[in-house]
Design a protein around this ligand. Structure first.
Ligand code: SF4
Length: 262
């Protein structure tokens, strides 16, 4: 647990072997710099949140799609962009009149045709049908409205038991539909977290999800998620980050060439 590291003392750290790769990794996780301004990961995370709010505004959560719609949409969004997954979702709704039972009982070819624009339709179509089948069998209805009654971890595990649903999809449904304490990590957020030095350079999305969830309170998740994605698209781009205009540069390991980016 990251919180468990907060009590870690510099002198205790230095008493260990500084050339031990494990110690170096812990050091890079704990501090921006050992020489000056000992800034904890939590303080860095708070800085990132506040700087992005200052840059892009303080967003407030509002319910998005109906939860089953959101689940289906996010299954369609795997490995494609928002425009194409949106088109596929609307094609599906239009073709079947918004009736999920009609989708569940339709032929796979019909569904594939409707969602073709989203790509990977040979996998996505059976995943959609299997997910709708699971809802029907387990709940007798196409509804996820009771998810907020469960603890977050349990709700997350339940959603991840649907075919084609990973931790990102599950977290999106929980956060966007219910404002539950789940932090979705996409490729933009993964890249920025690694560059900022809040994780190691190769941390998985799942690990990064756990880091943000441990460092910041749940009420920040919605604004942080939306702002980080915007910042990743507009400033901290994958190939050529625009560090010269970035509001995070003061605490970014990549920009400062420190921590794991030294
Ligand atoms: S300073 Fe550069 S690398 Fe760091 S977050 Fe900003 S754009 Fe990304």
């Amino acid at each position: 647990m990251i919180h468990g590291l907060k009590g870690f003392r510099e002198e205790e750290f230095l008493a260990g072997n500084p050339f031990n790769p494990c110690n170096r990794w812990i050091k890079s996780l704990l501090y921006l710099s050992l020489e000056e301004n000992l800034v904890t990961l939590q303080e860095k995370a708070e800085f990132v949140y506040a700087a992005l709010v200052a840059a892009y505004g303080e967003l407030h959560w509002q319910p998005s799609n109906e939860p089953v719609d959101e689940l289906i949409w996010t299954i369609l969004s795997a490995n494609t962009n928002d425009t194409n997954s949106g088109r596929a979702f609307h094609n599906l709704k239009e073709r079947f009149g918004g009736d999920w039972d009609a989708v569940r009982t339709a032929s796979l070819d019909e569904i594939k045709e409707a969602i073709r624009v989203a790509g990977m339709y040979n996998q996505k179509a059976p995943n959609l049908v299997a997910s709708l089948e699971k809802l029907k069998q387990e709940r007798g209805a196409y509804s996820l409205d009771d998810l907020p009654d469960k603890p977050v971890a349990e709700a997350q595990r339940y959603l991840e038991s649907f075919p084609g649903v990973g931790h990102k999809t599950a977290s999106i449904v929980l956060l966007f539909c219910f404002n539950m304490a789940a932090f979705p990590v996409d490729t933009h957020i993964q890249r920025q977290t690694q560059r900022l030095g809040l994780s190691d350079r190769k941390a998985s999305p799942e690990k990064i999800k756990g880091i943000w969830e441990a460092l910041l309170p749940a009420e920040t998740f919605y604004a942080l998620h939306v702002n980080l994605i915007r910042h990743g698209r507009e400033v901290c781009q994958a190939r050529t980050p625009r560090c010269e205009i970035c509001v995070l540069q003061a605490q970014c390991d990549y920009f400062q060439q420190q921590g794991a980016w030294r």
